[in-house]
Design a protein around this ligand. Sequence first.
Ligand code: NAI
Length: 296
Amino acid sequence: MLSFDGRVAIVTGSGRGLGASHAKFLAARGAAVVVNDLGGSAQGTGSSAAPAEEVVAEIVANGGRAVANFDSVSDNPEGIVRTAIDAFGRLDILVNNAGINQVHAFGPDILPSIKRHMEVHFFGTAGVTAAAWPHLIESGSGRIVNTTSPTLIGFPEQTPYVAAKGAIFAFTRTLAFEAAPVGIKVNAIAPTAATRMSDEADLPEEFKQFMRDNLPTSLVSPVVAYLAHEACAINGEVIQAQGGEAQRLVLGFNKGFTSKDLTPELVQEHLDEILDPATHVPFDRIEKQDLSAVGK
Ligand code: NAI
């Protein structure tokens, strides 16, 4: 069994939903956990200490070790990391999970929403990761698990949310190159689970009921736990996790069309080849990629 005895983890946004499930799962397997949560609404307004306090109380009542932190990931990432060091003296695992979701049709008034989503999702992830970095190096087997989304394929009226999740996807992919030489592994999940966020999302009621019946948070946390464990063998990967499925989510390219005399007309003429899904191949795993030719 993969044990987390002696390990210290931060799970951001773990007062509710997926984060609470991850925090309880890691704690049940021996990790000491910082339960960080600002405690606001699903849209990102307000704050409350209650959600983080309740999860900590449940972990402690079950014999585990946990402390609460109420900082916003976007306002005080250093404070969240300091809580782990002050309480437990080390940091091995960072699960960047905190998130908000506002449905907003695209138009001239969209920028504040885009900025807000980038602040929480992307700058929250990047900021806590940066503050944790030296401690994760010191751990000797530092692990970072980010949270992107299956909505990366596109979702109507969620440009701010999906764009911020796209930034986390790219952040995970490229940080993996700098993580490997210092003993850190950074991966991401693209989850789907019934939570407050999905309940308040603009989704058909039948699908929400399907999620409640079939997609519990408890079937996402085992993927997070594997990626958080020192035995994790992958770096720079994104795993879609929903209802017990774990699948690689890839960036890919296809054979396409090539001409040294390329013209817009040739692009128009060969569009079927340029977009052909039948010749699609994913990029290789980070550790197998040869970047020596990049920029030459
Ligand atoms: P949730 O709304 O139940 O939980 C999110 C938690 O993050 C809340 O407790 C909230 O207080 C906290 N939070 C929000 N802003 C914060 C901040 N600035 N600092 C600290 N904590 C903050 O939502 P859920 O569904 O559990 O979402 C967790 C993550 O999974 C999010 O990143 C979300 O975007 C992602 N996700 C969820 C999906 C789903 O199907 N539920 C689908 C795809 C991604």
